[in-house]
Ligand binder design. Sequence first.
Ligand code: NAP
Ligand code: ZN
Length: 347
Amino acid sequence: MTTVAAYAAPAPKAPLERTTIERRPVGDHDVLIDIKFTGICHSDIHQAQDGWYPGIFPMVPGHEIAGVVTEVGPEVTKFAVGDRVGVGCMVESCGTCDNCEAGLEQYCTGGGPVLTYNAVGKDGQPTYGGYSENIVVNEDFVVRIPEGLSLDVAAPLLCAGITTYSPLKHWNAGPGKKVAVVGLGGLGHVGVKIAHALGAEVTVLSQSLRKKDDGFRLGADHYYATSDPKTFEELAGTFDLILNTVSAPLDFNAYLSLLRTDGTMVNVGLPEEPVQIPLMSVFGHRRSLSSSGIGGIQETQEMLDFCAEHGLGAEIELINADQINEAYDRVTASDVRYRFVIDTSTI
Ligand code: NAP
Ligand code: ZN
């Protein structure tokens, strides 16, 4: 075991503080990664505040990890010391169920994937995330960060990137398709960039027009404020696909009315409270309401390669570790442009 410095929430809703954790020795199929940057995802906040379900504390959040390999186990074949790599939301899965075999490890039915933090690994030990100096991960859950993507702007792609790329691809966002992205935060801003790079006509639906200039710069073709009721009149029946990234419950009736016949609203935002879905607003135009969780490992690599090819990274505000609690407050207040990333050398 190695003792490693980290930032942890000692208890639900408690401020994060510097501490130490133990990392397992590097196993046959493991790589040791010197973490350089870790993004702050709103999921970190939901979990550190016990918003979804009772968590495992102390909790070291962080599933947008970018770093460099410093050691490899004897059986490792995919990575070598010095490689630039990333780790996202999962670190293990059964590897043998139909979903794992199909590259959908995030939907593993053999006990579910082991999350990067707030979970218990196959060794019976709690997993600890990327708000730390290093991490030991099985090579099958490590991806390569292509040259041309710097590690700081690549880190958020490990969750925000794949969580938006996967549904945009699955529901065929591309030329001729009208795609709305609801919420211009961490996920939303990457979603706009990716949807634009895929060739779709992209509309941002944000609470206000405050970030309109940014939205156009990120690749949006249209930008509307959802606080203005006229938005919902003007855009009724417009979209093939709505990607909802909002972390709070929405008025689903209003948003579903923006879909055209056979359109789909995909919810990647995961509010802590249950939401009400009036089925009348789905039934009317054979609309679909769906959801999507991150993406598989192979698809995560595909996403990183796509982003590198399109020169596409996250827009980040780099912070020191002692600013994590302040960053949590700002994300909660929708005051983020557009992802806080921790310089882990400051831990
Ligand atoms: P974020 O950076 O906080 O962005 C969320 C955005 O939603 C905000 O910037 C804001 O955008 C909008 N918003 C916030 N509160 C709102 C409200 N009350 N009403 C309307 N709009 C509101 O969060 P994130 O990191 O992108 O994560 C978003 C959600 O996705 C979280 O629930 C997170 O847990 C979830 N998530 C899911 C997956 C998955 O696999 N499905 C993966 C990662 C994250 P505007 O200011 O533009 O309105
Ligand atoms: Zn996340």
